[in-house]
Write a protein of this length. Sequence first.
Lengths: 84, 220
Amino acid sequence: MDFSPEFLDAIMKAAAYLGAGIGMIAGLGPGIGQGYAAGKGAEAVGRQPEARAEIMSTMLLGQAVAETTGIYSFVIALILIFVV
Amino acid sequence: MQPGPKVLAYFLGNENLPITDTLLASWLLVILLILFAYILKKRLKIVPGRIQAAVEIILAFVESQIESMLPGEGRKFLPFIGTIFIFVGVSTVFGLIPGLVNPTGDINTTLGMALMVFLYSQYLGIKRKGVGTYIKGFFEPIFLMFPMNVLGELAKPISHSFRLFGNVVGGGIIITLLYQFFPWFIPVPLHFWFDIFSAFIQVLIFGMIAISYISVAISD
């Protein structure tokens, strides 16, 4: 079987868009991680309200680091959509 | 809709040397920061004025952040880390000005800074620990871990730069999409979230991670 180049190009584009959508499932991970960190942060503030500022900054730093995997998948999705 | 930097012209007509809007914005930012620092330096007073007080607060904050991870060396690393904080912080404000773009929305800007931090931390590691201890650090805990340690070290500038880049570009894409649905008023509050709150947290993270890479490299 041989296909026309336009057909193959369309298949490739479709696969790239599908891949971008599937890849963004990785967004689940940072969501769970950040929510867990926020819950633990709320617990810590409840136990020690006087250390609120310290806990907040530590929590935000940890959440931003936990976001890394989501950012990776986002960059890959961007490449799939706009470059491939 | 095409996100990312736009090519405005080519340097000397060479296809491999594009001049992008982010490049122009970062050059403008560098020139403005140098002018600002020069003028402020001429008018330094014992009793600070408003601008001097604001700059002193920012620098004291950066120094306290360095002190928390590298005790006793806040003053030594303040020029390097402070430059990163100020450059990335002011470039965030640049994204809010119409006609200008955020230089950190370009992977080249963030990767450049991350590579600078990476090379500086490796240099400090070699200088403080000596070449032998530095190379031996790659064979810890056993020599089989050598490829893993090298890869782990090389992944640092990549994760460091992609984090800031992805956040800036992601926020920009969401706002652009919203502008296509509601051209007026509704997307404006989102600028406060994506361009101010989220972006300044990322500036803080970028600087803190630079400090922690340096502290990991020179300790242990």
